[in-house]
Write a protein that binds this ligand. Structure first.
Ligand code: SAM
Length: 244
């Protein structure tokens, strides 16, 4: 998002995430923030987090559940987005019926979140940003040129996240993504990929071997605490892999 370019294409296969990108693109930040605050007030939620398992959490959990029920009825993306701030780990997940189904968390909609919305809207309002919703295998590498930069933020093979449950990302996906990177490199197009070499004691050996084989530059973020690896897990080895 900080990359300066004349044109930026943001792609994700998840149609729900795509809807959120559209929500940032089509609305003014003040409007989104006002609507979230209105929902918070309607359902008597707080602007600060509550401690899990405390008496306070028992009070706010049913209020969150009411807001979630309401959002699943209106199916309005700002209503669903409002729920995310009060959901477990402030994450998004939808069931097979398309209903937002994250349990109650101990977070809250903060001033920092307001800033994220302002930054997100500023980005998606740029006329040069296009959002697309396709499988990465459909990327037309021959339409790109060495002035382009491709940033890849795939699910991590050896971790589980809400977008990655139920075998959502397989070994074959990793291998196809590696192939795409090699095709980009062959055309002198720069790519950068976020990933993890090690998480919860499990090494992604095929990723490590691929980096060694191709001689990619690897930046390691030591002691990075990534949510899917468990908070405070100093064993997690988050990496940025690139060909430049
Ligand atoms: C680590 S998340 C990154 C999401 C986004 N960049 C962000 O920061 O919010 C990985 C993303 O890869 C997407 N994804 C999974 N399989 C995909 C595929 N075959 N093609 C394109 N995107 C895919 C998931 O939907 C998920 O949103």
């Amino acid at each position: 998002m900080n990359y300066r370019s004349t044109r930026t294409i943001v792609n994700d296969i998840n149609s729900n995430l795509f809807k959120f990108y559209e929500m940032f693109r089509d609305n003014h930040a003040d409007y989104i923030i006002d609507r979230i605050i209105k929902n918070i007030n309607t359902f008597w939620l707080l602007r600060r987090g509550v401690k899990q398992k405390s008496e306070e959490a028992e009070i706010y959990k049913p209020r969150y559940m009411k807001m979630r029920e309401y959002a699943n009825q209106t199916k309005d993306w700002i209503d669903i987005y409002s729920c995310m701030f009060y959901a477990f780990s402030q994450q998004m997940r939808f069931n097979s019926k398309g209903e937002f189904n994250m349990p109650f968390g101990n977070g809250a909609f903060t001033e920092q979140n307001e800033q994220y919305i302002r930054d997100g809207c500023a980005f998606f309002h740029r006329g040069s940003v296009i959002t697309t919703n396709f499988d990465f295998r459909e990327l037309k590498v021959d339409k790109l040129n060495p002035m382009d930069f491709v940033y890849l933020d795939p699910p991590y093979f050896n971790t589980t996240a809400t977008y990655n449950e139920n075998n959502g990302w397989s070994m074959q996906d990793d291998l196809d993504l590696f192939k795409l990177c090699e095709q980009l490199d062959a055309r002198h197009i720069r790519f950068g990929m976020s990933n993890v070499f090690k998480c919860k004691g499990k090494e992604n050996t095929h990723l490590i071997e691929w980096c060694e084989k191709c001689g990619w530059r690897v930046y390691i973020f030591d002691n990075f605490t990534y949510m899917a690896c468990g908070k405070g897990n100093s064993e997690a080895k988050e990496v940025f892999i690139c060909n430049y």
